[in-house]
Design a binder for this molecule. Structure first.
Ligand code: HH2
Length: 267
């Protein structure tokens, strides 16, 4: 899953893709590099980010979704907490709703996902506000608490009519977590995978990688690869990344090494 932030303030690619032509070209580039999904977002959820008015978020994402979600193109996912944005994106061709609030910001989101037949990604965030989530996050046992939350949100979605097979789950790396919380979630990801739904993991260029490597956002691809390969080995299925080439190559080799990928005859 390639990340396409159509925002001025995202933590690693803010301001790069505000022009619709540039954004569409970047989406196509990521698809050519091997991204099966392009995740389009119009509101940063980095710690401290200000919320974006609905009209502005719509204006940012809909023209991009329309042009990326064409026949033969990648599947488009819309990264939003607002039901009106998700609805317009679905009308424009998006097939996945990536809601970092797991249907808590807008409970009507579940009904939209159910009636549209979209797939959804439900993510864990500590509390419900990215502006405050990183203020001294605490857990007794981060993995069991995240797991219990995801199980509860899955049950809510299914109760609202979303078929279970249309739900992906995400532990929300960096969303109200310390470095140790993030590392433990990756190390024990198999416990989240045990919920029986595909697990999405978003480690790409995040702060914990910067702290461990001492590198700025744009130089965190190698650190991201390491985190993703371990997550893969623990059972993650979908990898949300900015650096698609590195993700695809490393996961092909990781999959082949554990016997789950065969090279094509021409390779
Ligand atoms: N991380 C970010 C945004 N959306 N969605 C899912 N499912 N999982 C994640 O880990 C996740 C996400 C944050 O990264 P990014 O989009 O690069 O930055 P920003 O929120 O500043 O736009």
């Amino acid at each position: 899953m390639g990340v396409l932030n159509v925002t001025p303030d995202s933590f690693s690619d803010g301001g790069l893709w505000l022009d619709v032509d540039d954004a569409v070209a970047h989406a196509r580039e990521m698809a050519a590099e091997g991204a099966a999904i392009v995740d389009v977002g119009g509101e940063s959820t980095r710690p401290g980010a200000e919320s974006v008015p609905e009209a502005e978020e719509l204006e940012r994402v809909v023209p991009v979704v329309e042009r990326v979600a064409t026949d033969g193109g990648p599947r488009v996912s819309i990264d939003t907490r607002k039901v009106a944005v998700a609805e317009a994106a679905i009308q424009a061709g998006a097939r996945i709703v990536n809601d970092v609030s797991a249907f808590r910001s807008d409970p009507a989101m579940a009904g939209l996902v159910a009636s549209s037949g979209a797939t959804c990604c439900l993510m864990h965030m500590l509390g419900d506000d990215p502006r405050t989530m990183q203020a001294d996050p605490r857990y007794d046992d981060v993995v069991s608490e995240v797991k219990a939350f995801l199980e509860q949100r899955l049950a809510f979605a299914v109760g609202e009519g979303v078929p279970e097979e249309h739900v992906w789950l995400d532990p929300g790396i960096g969303f109200g977590k310390t470095i140790d919380h993030n590392l433990e979630l990756i190390r024990r990801l198999d416990e989240i995978v045990a919920l029986g739904r595909p697990v999405v993991i978003g480690t790409s260029r995040k702060t914990f990688i910067g702290r461990l490597t001492g590198r700025p956002e744009r130089e965190r691809a190698a650190g991201t690869v390491a985190a993703n390969v371990i997550a893969y080995e623990r059972g993650a299925s979908i990898f949300r990344v900015h650096d698609v080439v590195e993700a695809v190559d490393s996961l092909k080799v990781a999959a082949a090494t554990v016997g789950q990928w065969t090279t094509s005859p021409s390779a």
